[in-house]
Design a protein around this ligand. Structure first.
Ligand code: FEO
Length: 175
């Protein structure tokens, strides 16, 4: 008789655990962006608050995409525990700087995952990761552009108000 456990999934233990770790990273990102949305709202930066609310939703969607992938491949997707979510931020600008750092961290995680897929010869998962790798280009770009607004407009006088107004106008050209 065939080993039924062996037939249950074709993703290896290492890949499954790395994907579950990524589910957690995405959940953490979602919570951080939610905290940023709240902070911006409290400070009166309404457009940035909406921007981060949208980012929080996107990160949750990323989390669910990986969650579904793990279970659809016969693995065990783990509902993540999210801790250490910062609720206060030094300044308006620092919120975007932290968001960029977070995105750069996520990019690194996906690169590590892709590398693991090669090592484990899991090209199906490698293929699945392509969407996320491309998405990271856009996410990093958006945060960098936001930080540039601080440099170009400056926060003096009505500058911060003006920067906030420009945040929703940032668009990424996929070419
Ligand atoms: Fe899902 Fe912005 O990383």
């Amino acid at each position: 008789m065939k080993d039924l456990i062996g037939l249950k999934t074709s993703i290896g233990e290492k890949i499954e655990s790395a994907l579950n770790a990524q589910i957690k990273v995405e959940a953490h990102s979602s919570s951080i962006y939610l905290a940023m949305a709240s902070w911006c709202d409290y400070q009166g930066y309404d457009f940035s608050s909406d921007f981060f609310l949208e980012q929080a939703d996107e990160e949750r969607a990323h989390m669910m995409k990986i969650f579904h992938y793990v279970k659809n491949r016969g693995g065990k997707a783990v509902s993540p525990e999210v801790v250490n979510v910062p609720q206060d931020f030094e300044s308006f600008r620092s919120v975007f700087e932290q968001a960029l750092e977070q995105e750069m961290h996520v990019t690194k995680q996906f690169n590590n995952l892709a590398d693991l897929c090669f090592k484990e010869k899991d090209f199906v998962t490698f293929q699945f990761l392509q969407w996320f790798l491309e998405e990271q280009v856009e996410e990093e770009y958006t945060m960098r552009r936001a930080i540039e607004l601080f440099d170009v407009i400056g926060e003096e006088g009505t500058g911060a108000w003006d920067i906030d107004k420009h945040i929703p106008k940032i668009t990424f050209d996929r070419g």
